[in-house]
Design a protein around this ligand. Sequence first.
Ligand SMILES: *[C@@H]1O[C@H](CO)[C@@H](O)[C@H](O)[C@H]1NC(C)=O
Ligand SMILES: *[C@@H]1O[C@H](CO)[C@@H](O)[C@H](O)[C@H]1NC(C)=O
Ligand SMILES: *[C@@H]1O[C@H](CO)[C@@H](O)[C@H](O)[C@H]1NC(C)=O
Ligand SMILES: *[C@@H]1O[C@H](CO)[C@@H](O)[C@H](O)[C@H]1NC(C)=O
Length: 219
Amino acid sequence: MSITLLWLLYIFGCHHQHSDEEGSSLADGSANSCSSNQTSEDIEDNEVAFLRRRIQVLEIENRSLYRKIEDMEKKIAEHNKVNAKRPRTSHLLVPLLHASTVEIEKSELDEVLVVAKASRENLNATVNRLLEAVYSKTFLGSHSLSGGVPKTRKKMSTRPNQTVKPGLPKNDLDDIIRFVKNTWEEIHGDVLPEKNCPVRSAIKVKLSTEYRALKNTYK
Ligand SMILES: *[C@@H]1O[C@H](CO)[C@@H](O)[C@H](O)[C@H]1NC(C)=O
Ligand SMILES: *[C@@H]1O[C@H](CO)[C@@H](O)[C@H](O)[C@H]1NC(C)=O
Ligand SMILES: *[C@@H]1O[C@H](CO)[C@@H](O)[C@H](O)[C@H]1NC(C)=O
Ligand SMILES: *[C@@H]1O[C@H](CO)[C@@H](O)[C@H](O)[C@H]1NC(C)=O
């Protein structure tokens, strides 16, 4: 398309310039932009004229490309509207707490809450179910509560190059603990202690359980 336009503009430009000169300089035949002999000034004028026309072409092309993008964006927006209408409850991710980076499938969160509501004795089971909903078993088995070398192993420095598991993401951990505490207070009216926090203990146990399971799979 741009080639055709360029050509059209070129023809138009020659014709235009030609007709301008008709009155004054047609007789001596000088400064005809389409003729083969021109002064260097004429050549520069033509160059400028050519570049201006090129800009016009590019502007036209620019507008047409913008229009194309607009059309496509409209189509995409319509497509997304259609998709949003489809029920996708099984894959609906919700933040664990307001503005939390921890996301959980809505249906899984419902199950966690069912376990939590069933009994105040279900703290460990609730934590387990929650961790399984948020992370893969491999992730759980390869992370520790806070990272670093376990206390019991620090003494056993006879074992070199032991792998130190990284800690769960700090923000995740805080949110998970806060979520369980809030839930326990809301459902059972229990304020869980800050010291020797039972949620932390439950997470620790779950991580080492998954670690052992993972080790056994790769034996
Ligand atoms: C114009 O072109 C003709 C032949 O093509 C040449 O003889 C003449 O010298 C040219 N004039 C100028 C001003 O370049
Ligand atoms: C290209 O076209 C768009 C939409 O018409 C306009 O907003 C923009 O300024 C143009 N860009 C240039 C470089 O002319
Ligand atoms: C939960 O796990 C902790 C840590 O292993 C344990 O001490 C506690 O007895 C467990 N609670 C229940 C109700 O099973
Ligand atoms: C143990 O770690 C040291 C450095 O941290 C390294 O040079 C050495 O090769 C490692 N040994 C094994 C068996 O991986």
